[in-house]
Design a protein around this ligand. Sequence first.
Ligand code: IFM
Length: 452
Amino acid sequence: MSDAGFPTFPAGFSFGVATAAYQIEGAVGADGRGESVWDTFCRRPGAIRDGHTGDVADDHYHRWPEDVALMAALGIDTYRFSLAWPRIQPTGSGAVNAAGLDFYDRIVDSLVANGITPMPTLFHWDLPQPLEDAGGWLSRDTAYRFAEFATIAATRLADRVPLWITLNEPFVVTAFGYALGVHAPGRTLLLGALPTAHHQLLGHGLATVALRAAGVRQVAIANNYSPAWPASDSPANVAAAAAYDTLHNRLYTDPLLLGRYPDLAAFGVGAAGLECVRDGDLAIVSAPIDALGVNYYAPTRLSAPADSTLPFSMQPIPGYPLTAFGNPVVPAGLTELLTTLADRYGTRLPPVYVTENGCSFPDEPDAAGQIADADRIDYLDGHIRAVAHAMAAGVDVRGYLVWSLLDNFEWAEGYHQRFGLVHVDYDTLRRTPKASFGWYRDVISAVRAAPG
Ligand code: IFM
């Protein structure tokens, strides 16, 4: 820990780590797993930096006992991971692959045996390819298939898993996957991608009902948020920031917590809203949830658009250190985000978990084999304090999960961004805890010893 003034957290506050299936598992052809959109996208020339794929990743599929042992050594309360839909239901509908369910069953058992609460995410972007071939999230039917998958997974695992997350970052799926084409499935529909926002949220709502029917006690969704900072006080820049805030932050949360879409007029979407929304959908989308997952990495600075495609343009944020990904390190942005959510949604905001927060740096072992990632320690230290500040301001935050346990496949960046507390040598798959691993372990144990 960095100093004696480290904040306290209430007893019961969860510290943990997060991962996602396609980023760590590898073994894409093992034991009956079906193809996902990411398998397909990785084969598209030029889609992924240096042609990397998730075929092997961290080989967590075979090495998970070692990874659970690492988590036990870290002393975490909660492990957030995702269930690969194509491993469990290879074509996205119909037949279930027993070997896929068995894999997650073993992991859940092992976590529980080690005193770690499993927190699964049902969809962290690896849509079964046959569903994409039928329209993917542009198709309303995918929402119903997702609820069916939720039933299958929860029927097997709900007895040991208290809190389930439906979707991870639906904004990224819509924006990167369907609007800009830099993620799978690589569509470039720009605002034509908006129906995928509604169909994902509908899928979330339908899955919420399905999970509860299968005995799940707590349901959440993990959205990524970014405080939208205008580049100046000029009305045009303030309007640009408001437009970005709507598209990134409000579009995926107003329907959940307020039962309505925000005004999308800035995007040329008329007063009637999204045409794909049917009567009764918003009641399904806004079914009560038990927690909101908040993923935070950095704020976004906006100015009036340079061209007419979108009503904003993104600007660098000067004056802060940068991660290897080029994200500015702004811990206060996390406090701002959490207090803004509380102000915006008031009593409708359920308890919050910070379900992802972390940073990539070019960590490599030194001559002695040590990975001295002081910049990650600074990052995490600042952001954990930022959570404490938000809690002191009255925000009900119940947990904080570091992205990520292991270095892993960072989507279009391949293996070039290392986010792990544990270094992975991609030639040997050897795991080496970085200095931040020991630091986080000590934070968790000190916080437990002195609850606030
Ligand atoms: O690696 C991703 C993760 O899959 C979703 N949230 C952001 C992380 C870092 O970019």
